[in-house]
Design a protein around this ligand. Sequence first.
Ligand SMILES: *Cc1c(COP(=O)(O)O)cnc(C)c1O
Length: 377
Amino acid sequence: MIKVDFNRPVTVGNEFEYMRQAVENAHISGDGPFTKKCNALLERELGVAKALLTTSCTHALDMTALLLDIEPGHEVIIPDFTFVSTVNAFVLRGAKPVFLDVRPDTLNLDESKLEAAITPHTKAIVPVHYAGVGCEMDSIMEIANHYKVSVVEDNAHGLFGKYKGKYLGTFGCMAAQSFHETKNFSCGEGGALLINDPALAERAEIIREKGTNRSRFFRGQVDKYTWVDIGSSYLPSDILAAFLYAQFEQRERIQSHRKQIWEIYSVGLKDWAAAHDVQLPHVPEDCEQAYHMFYMLLPNLELRQKFIMYLRERGIYSVFHYLPLHLSDMGRSFGGRQGDCPVTEQVSGQLVRLPFHNVLTSSEQEQVIEAILDFGF
Ligand SMILES: *Cc1c(COP(=O)(O)O)cnc(C)c1O
């Protein structure tokens, strides 16, 4: 029996060569030549005003909360079904999180419930493009613009995905990307802040560089650099940027392989899913997805647990994720109660993610699909 990993971090091109070059460049701290190449590639490919590599998506989100001057008394609307970093960034600044339920089809923030959640204290909405499938950005932007609320996209899953032909991460005033080892493109730990509102760009550089105007100094725009704002150290080593740049260079190959993996699961499991009341991912027509993951919703929690154990006994590693945030210890401390977000409460116990990574082979996938078709309900 061959073991099928859930995730396997791999090199796909010139990673080691570029890391060696970073050392030879004698610039292994932040904002060296490879960081600049990564930033420029993101700006050019996505058409964003500014892209800044960060140490993680979590830190990029932290930066957005600083840039929006989030403070106690503010409310921030977050989907209930997401990773903790989406909410932590704003809670760290003293904001109150308002957990919004998700749509049962895409598991994205339910835009039909958004307007009712807005109060005079609402400062930001943070949609997460779950599984790299775009949220209903037309409705979300219309409501946000009407109430003059900022939109920050948590696009950790969605790099190079599109909604109505426009790249995810280019709708809100800012967006956060992740290059954690589980994401489509990775350097182990890493992220990026995308800035669409040019008015935020200069301050973003300052916050990322410990609250100093060091970036302007290096560009010769000021003759000394000094402490001008709050900030921290959010820039990754150029060694990591070198690794990441090699992955970016292979973006078409990576994305087309991931598309193929997704389609093999989708085709191979379609009839089985329909026959056993298993929900496969839904991708609305307006969305070109980023092929971040393949998930399924089993009929109930008991079957989901049995299913994961069953696959594990066959050497296949599948995982579930995201407990409802409003029912976590922290969520309850903000007033979360059972029944607040019924869809999240339901799907959180049903969801399972199948093995999905950049070197998953078709024979491994065959093994996974065969095992699934044999699962006894
Ligand atoms: C992975 C992930 C993050 C955090 O990314 P890091 O780079 O590990 O900080 C945030 N939000 C979502 C939705 C994620 O999947």
